[in-house]
Design a binder for this molecule. Structure first.
Ligand SMILES: [Zn+2]
Length: 132
């Protein structure tokens, strides 16, 4: 289950909710997660807000998900190449697995991830939907 502290969760909100990443100031390579050092050797990055548009690079269907998602199986998860160049892994929804292909264009949407605790606190984040 998700046992992340509220402080860590708060620090990650901008990445989860704004689809924010990092751009190398030397070679302009983009990353969804902070790398510390770009393969070009540069250590300096600027933040970048991604458009949320991209194409599927790889995908699979999950039949045995973690506890918070076990009643949502099967669902699709994909590696997505964003138009800005960064690569992200995310759930692809509102589609059938059979309809997805490598190269399918997708766009980010803000959706419910799961609910937790006795009060059923709802956690939201970025998922993707295909643009058929
Ligand atoms: Zn670089």
């Amino acid at each position: 289950m998700f046992r992340e502290s509220p402080i860590i969760r708060w620090r990650n909100y901008s990445d989860r909710y704004k689809l924010r990443g990092y751009k190398c100031t030397k070679c302009s390579a983009t990353y969804f997660e902070y790398k510390g050092m770009c393969p070009c050797g540069n250590l300096d990055f600027t933040e970048i807000d991604f458009s949320g548009r991209g194409k599927i690079a790889a995908f699979t269907q999950i039949h045995g998900g973690p506890e918070a998602f076990e009643n949502k199986t099967p669902y699709c998860v994909a590696v997505i190449d964003l138009v800005e160049g960064a690569r992200i892994e995310a759930q692809v929804m509102d589609c059938k697995y059979e309809d997805l292909k490598i190269g399918t264009e997708v766009e980010a949407v803000f959706r419910k991830f799961y609910s937790s605790g006795e009060k059923g606190v709802i956690h939201y984040g970025t998922k993707f939907v295909p643009k058929f």
